[in-house]
Design a binder for this molecule. Structure first.
Ligand code: 0RQ
Length: 504
């Protein structure tokens, strides 16, 4: 035994993964840990996939409904998706096999704001949670659970599930204990109280999860690495986008809207562009920045190490292999600069609004008025999901959306006449950025926004087509406040469908 289970009551429940999954029945709603790859259970899901195959071999059906924090490790998502093991999936995925099943209509997918998941489950929108499968890094003498590399919805899963299966993973460094802040003060209305978090580094909860020991039906010991997040080095396009964002920060400081050294808490989505923006921060004169986000990427570790970032709050780590090594080797240092929280708090509208978060998220496309599509390719096929982008964009102090100006080698323009799906409305997006420039939409009417977005953000090749559309829309009799030619508004998308390119 690894010595991580310090409570005898739990030690007596240790069993194999194959035995543990016998507690999961067909049609169960199963809520698992994991946010990005971090903290995904390592052995129970593969064992469950085996059990599903076995049961199917007898002629019976076996599917589960799967609830998570956000995406889980790709291997885990795939293991269940490729055998059609999931009836309903909620709230976020980013894995090719699952995406395909969803778009073929073979897996139900409910795509909701990550801050809403906990309360929607408490209120019973998803029925009963039959089993929670949660990875932890240890069990204390008192039977409390030390979280691992993510928190996500684990507090809620442990609270609401009828049965709990724990994976105690001794690969997670013991020094992680104390990095987490699990807040137990949330409630449903009319009993809600203000969340007493006024600074990024505030600790308002406790370092461990509580669970009713009678519900814990199985404990499985593991020693398995988290799957690393892919990290591609910034390219020219993402460096250019980052450059515009950093210039914008300077502009805001000069205008007295952001504090000079520390700015306001930063939130950045996952991926190339976010990494490039964060990576560029240590070139400025910033000291003691803070981040209030949902994940921590590699660039953040470097910024913490050199003092550019004083404290980062999130619900999960999303590190590459090298980042995981760096964190684990220096866990006692990073524990004082990183706080992991339940996602209902890391993404909470009240807290995001109070702190004045600078929200920077990726998008698929925006229209000439600033409506943003983050989730649906050509308006119909799900990409990943809204994730936390709405939580931050709607409530941020400044809400920015960042994207290359084209996709698929230029065949797709990220600026279109009208987005065929809207995740973030024109009322929520304030600044759009591509490699060509930054459109500051604050204080502008729709017609002024349109000209600015086309001139600053669209790829030069698409600018004439967009101007042509807008000019003709504006000259229609009764063009209105937000001019459109309704029969033509999706012509770029239609052309892509028919010819494989939005180009004329
Ligand atoms: O696909 O790799 O197959 O070519 O979409 O595009 O440019 O690499 O951008 O990785 O930042 O993803 C919106 C999906 C952008 C992401 C989205 C294709 C493009 C490529 C990826 P290929 P890029 P990113 C914070 C909040 C919602 C969740 C969120 C996302 C692939 O940012 O999922 O924000 N956001 N969470 O070719 C068709 C278009 C396209 C397009 C790009 N207009 N039409 N395909 N692509 N634009 C999260 C955290 O804090 C963790």
């Amino acid at each position: 035994s690894s010595g991580r289970i310090r409570s005898a009551a739990y030690a007596s429940k240790v069993m194999s993964a194959a035995d543990a999954v016998k507690f999961i029945q067909s049609n169960d709603t199963v809520a698992i840990s994991g946010f990005a790859s971090a903290g995904t259970p390592k052995v129970i899901i593969p064992a469950l996939a085996d059990r599903i195959r076995q049961v199917r071999g007898t002629g019976a059906n076996f599917t589960i409904n799967l609830l998570t924090g956000a995406s889980v490790s790709p291997d885990t998502e795939r293991a269940l998706a490729e055998i059609d093991g999931i009836g309903l999936r909620m709230p976020y995925q980013s894995e090719a096999t699952a995406r395909k099943k969803i778009n073929e209509g073979r897996m139900d997918y409910v795509d909701i704001h990550l801050s809403h998941v906990a309360q929607q489950v408490w209120t019973g929108y998803y029925g009963t949670v039959d089993v929670a499968v949660v990875e932890v890094s240890g069990v204390t003498e008192m039977g409390e659970l030390v979280p691992s590399a993510s928190i996500g919805n684990n507090k809620t899963w442990l609270d609401v599930a009828k049965k709990v299966i724990l994976e105690v993973n001794s690969w997670v460094p013991e020094g992680v204990e104390g990095m987490h802040d699990v807040y137990y003060g949330t409630a449903l209305p009319p009993n809600r109280k203000p969340i007493p978090l006024t600074r990024v580094q505030d600790r308002i909860g406790q370092p461990t999860f509580r669970v009713d020991p009678d519900k814990v039906v199985a404990v499985v010991e593991t020693n398995h690495r988290d799957q690393a997040s892919a990290l591609t080095p910034p390219d020219e396009v993402s460096e250019a986008i980052a450059g515009h964002v950093l210039d914008f920060f300077d502009y805001e400081v000069r205008n007295g809207r952001l504090p000079a050294d520390t700015l306001l808490p930063l939130q950045a989505g996952i991926g190339n562009v976010a990494n490039a923006v964060l990576g560029g921060l240590d070139r400025g004169s910033y000291k003691g920045l803070t981040c209030y986000s949902e994940v921590i990427q590699d660039s953040m570790l470097r910024l913490i190490k050199d003092g550019t970032v004083a404290h980062a709050s999130s619900t999960a780590l999303a590190l590459s292999e090298a980042g995981i090594e760096e964190l684990n080797a220096n866990i006692d240092f990073y524990r004082n600069h990183i706080t992991l929280r339940p996602q209902e708090i890391s993404n909470h509208p009240e807290v995001v609004r109070r702190l004045g978060v600078i929200a920077m998220n990726g998008m698929l496309e925006a229209d000439i008025y600033g409506n943003v599509n983050s989730t649906h390719v050509m308006g119909t096929k799900i990409m990943n999901g809204i994730g936390g982008s709405g939580d931050f964009a709607r409530n941020g102090y400044v809400s920015m959306f960042l994207s290359p100006s084209t996709a698929k080698g230029g065949a797709i323009s990220s600026i279109v006449p009208m987005t065929p799906h809207v995740d973030h409305t024109e009322h929520d997006s304030q600044v759009l950025v591509t490699e060509h420039g930054l459109a500051d939409l604050r204080g502008l009417s729709p017609r002024r926004r349109a000209r600015l977005i086309i001139d600053k953000c669209a790829h030069p090749e698409y600018r004439p087509m967009l101007h042509d559309y807008f000019t003709r829309a504006e000259s229609l009799p009764g063009a209105g406040h937000t001019p459109h030619i309704l029969g033509e508004a999706f012509s770029f998308h239609q052309r892509f469908r028919e010819t494989g390119s939005m180009r004329l």
